[in-house]
Design a protein around this ligand. Structure first.
Ligand SMILES: *Cc1c(COP(=O)(O)O)cnc(C)c1O
Length: 394
């Protein structure tokens, strides 16, 4: 067995696609402790700096004393605590939806929702750049599976018109995780309503960051439950904890409780995490300075990159990728930044399409302008590495 496995591993290394884990000590903060060395990191999804916030941590420890550590059973057996229930009610209110349902994480929420709503006689339409968990849910459902080119809603509409499927489910990321751009919710909602299709938006990266109150793309576009009937959020990103939620109508939530296998056959989220999340939900709404800081940092970083003529991708979210192209080159830049004390991940295939490797810079409310100056200075020194190899030879 190992011989066969090693061959595939060697091949991955040869194509500069090998992945390694980085072990760090201490909390998720702009400076990560890696082997005793502090590295200025631009790669976490802790966009609002809540993962290690003292108020969130203290809610967690307090709740651990009250509820213990583990959920102890699945929600349908005896693992559904008051902490889970209150968080669900607060999430429904926050998003202006009838009801909310908690899942253990975003991957499971997406797999569970898609498979509970669609079957072999149905059709699913997904943006080509959707998150892996949405793609996997689509494949697992056995429904007819269509992937439309990124943000190409004209083609989506054509395919919806041609489809004779029983149910039609259109699925899109709200904010695309590797590109940082956003779906046009108005347009999607209009196309879906005109062709009798259900719209599901996974806003893992939008919640907390976008909209006046952190309500994500749905708030940004003023989309009601009618416009986006199936809305997913995750708790491991801007919320700074872990888990995920689905919000929508009472019928949707009851359907998921009855039929979503990744909801039914798994232990409930830790109730202490649910209590901690109630505090982060309240901080998302009351501490607007976090979003303001994030916005100021995004503008500063984009201006800085433009001044340096760096290949910034079109994004106004905390995900600010720099296009490189070649995987080897992306790794080289990431390694060079590391030598300068900074951590920026090189994102390579199969996470992104071939030839579209990139450096993915993510910003958080705990960064400050001096951190960005440090990154921009380093990028300025390395600027020549961003030029495609062919251009470099000319
Ligand atoms: C991170 C992410 C998920 C998975 O969420 P987890 O809670 O980390 O499992 C799902 N969808 C998108 C778009 C994501 O970025």
């Amino acid at each position: 067995m190992d011989f066969a496995l090693q061959a595939a591993l060697d091949e991955r290394a040869l194509s500069h696609l090998y992945r390694k884990r980085l072990t760090h000590a201490g909390p998720q903060k702009p400076f990560l402790q890696v082997g005793g060395e502090p590295l200025l990191a631009f790669c976490s999804n802790d966009y609002l700096g809540l993962a290690a916030d003292p108020q969130v941590v203290s809610a967690l420890t307090k709740a651990a004393h009250e509820y213990g550590c583990g959920g102890g059973a699945s929600h349908l057996v005896c693992g559904h605590s008051q902490a889970h229930h209150q968080l669900e009610e607060e999430l429904a209110e926050f998003t202006g939806r009838e009801r909310a349902l908690l899942f253990s994480n975003g991957y499971m929420a997406n797999m569970g929702v898609i498979t509970a709503l669609t079957h072999a006689s149905d059709a699913i339409f997904q943006d080509k750049l959707n998150h892996a968990s949405l793609i996997d849910g689509g494949l697992l459902s056995r429904a007819k599976f269509n992937r439309y080119p990124h943000l190409n809603y004209d083609l989506l509409e054509k395919r919806l018109m041609q489809s004779e499927a029983n149910r039609k489910l259109v699925v899109s990321d709200g904010v695309f995780s590797m590109d940082g751009d956003t779906a046009d919710i108005n347009c999607l909602s209009h196309v879906c309503q005109s062709h009798n299709a259900w719209l599901m938006i996974d806003d893992a990266h939008g919640f907390g960051c976008l909209g006046e109150n952190g309500g994500g793309v749905s708030e940004l576009y003023g989309a009601s439950q009618e416009n986006v009937p199936i809305l997913i959020g995750t708790l491991g990103k801007a919320f700074g904890t872990s888990g995920a939620f689905v919000v929508g109508s009472n019928a949707l939530i009851e359907t998921l409780i009855q039929f979503a296998r990744t909801y039914i056959y798994t232990t409930s989220l830790s109730p202490a995490i649910a209590e901690a999340t109630r505090v982060s939900l309240s901080l998302i709404q009351t501490e607007g300075w976090r979003r303001q800081q994030l916005r100021a940092l995004i503008a500063y970083f984009k201006n800085g990159c433009q001044a340096l003529n760096l290949p910034l991708m079109p994004s106004s979210t905390p995900i600010q990728p720099l296009h490189v192209g070649c995987s080897q080159q992306a790794l080289k830049i990431s390694d060079a930044l590391r030598k300068k004390g900074m951590l920026v991940t090189a994102i390579r295939p199969p996470t992104v399409p071939d030839g579209q490797s990139r450096l993915r810079v993510t910003l958080t409310a705990l960064h400050d302008f001096t951190h960005l100056d440090q990154l921009l200075d380093a990028l300025s020194d390395l600027g020549s590495l961003f030029v495609e190899p062919m251009e470099r030879e000319l």
